[in-house]
Design a protein around this ligand. Structure first.
Ligand code: GLV
Length: 329
């Protein structure tokens, strides 16, 4: 029987499914430190990860390893140059989380704009003694301009929801999306700078790559309106968290909603001290149904990549399909 490592706790019934195909080494505990992860990968044919960094040294030390299935749509934890050089397939879990993540992007954007967590903290602290016309006033969402940075599947799902809020939608993406998608979403392309100047609510949904490290830093924040909000449901590192904390503290933008952080699960201490930011622990895809769908899709990818039967060698979500069928190197 082929051997796999499941590097993280996941639904036990998905482990049972995997056990029908593989000998499973399951880390049902905290994330493994790099040296232990490398050690436990060394004799495996496949692995299921959830954000665990997989690098060239780990692949070199695991000569049988042919596939690593990430239980996430983002795969910046994989060194894809190393995967390609070693002919190791990486897979991810796109699509199944689009709507759940888009819902959460909206929840964060609305909570930031309408100051929901900030006002709840005030109420819980027993500070609410009287009503006042200017208590927790903030910018409107309905009828405002939404700026989506990263118009992929999740960005489009976020933009679609804007129609019910009578919003103007502008977007920035590496390349323009097809004209029929632009017209279905009523979305207009902008350069990043123009979008930041014009949008009332900016939502980041782009993948993390070396090129877009700190794509929102001090200079970009300075372009935004003082009444605007910034929401990040993409990846830590896309935003310069220190620069954002400073912009929030100085009210150079109104508020932010963040589900992802540079160096998470650590959070930049300055963000913890500014009131006008809503902070959540990387849970945008965390509905029961979606997390189940992601776990099962990661398992489908492993089973198809390593298994026998009609889909053998043809997993649904290959990241680097060019390595399929090539011998490990
Ligand atoms: C979650 O962050 C994902 O990439 O799926």
């Amino acid at each position: 029987m082929q051997k796999i490592l499941v590097a993280r706790p996941i639904f036990p019934d998905v482990i049972e499914r995997l056990k029908q195909h593989f000998e499973v080494d399951w880390n049902n505990g905290d994330a493994l430190p790099a040296d232990e992860l490398a050690r436990r990968l060394a004799d495996k044919d496949g692995a299921l990860t959830a954000g665990d960094p997989i690098n060239a040294a780990m692949l070199a030390a695991a000569p049988r390893l042919r596939v690593v299935a990430n239980m996430a749509v983002g795969y910046n934890n994989f060194d894809m140059a190393a995967f390609n050089a070693a002919n190791v397939l990486g897979t991810n879990t796109p699509d199944v989380l689009n709507e759940t993540t888009a819902d959460f992007g909206w929840a964060l954007m609305m909570a930031a704009a309408r100051r929901i967590t900030e006002s709840e903290h005030y109420l819980r602290a027993g500070k609410w003694e009287k009503w006042s016309y200017d208590m927790f006033i903030g910018p409107d969402v309905y009828g405002s301009t939404l700026g989506v940075v990263g118009m992929g599947r999740i960005g489009q799902a976020i933009a679609r929801r804007a129609q019910g809020f009578n919003m103007r939608v502008i977007y920035h993406n590496r390349s323009r999306v097809a004209p029929e998608i632009e017209s279905a979403l009523n979305a207009e392309y902008r350069t990043k700078e123009a979008l930041l100047r014009e949008a009332d609510h900016v939502v980041l949904v782009l993948p993390y790559t070396a090129e877009n490290h700190h794509t929102i830093g001090a200079a970009e924040l300075a372009l935004m309106k003082p009444t605007a909000t910034l929401t990040n449901v993409a990846r830590g590192g896309i935003v310069d968290d220190a620069a954002l904390a400073e912009a929030l503290r100085e009210r150079r933008i109104a508020a932010a909603g963040l589900d992802v952080f540079e160096g998470e699960p650590k959070v930049h201490p300055a963000l913890l001290t500014v009131p006008n930011v809503v902070l959540t622990p990387h849970i945008a895809s965390a509905s029961e149904a979606t997390r189940r769908a992601m776990a099962n899709l990661a398992a489908d990818n492993l089973i198809a990549a390593l298994g026998e039967g009609p889909r053998a060698g043809r997993p649904p979500n290959p990241i680097n399909p060019d390595v399929m069928g090539k011998a490990r190197s």
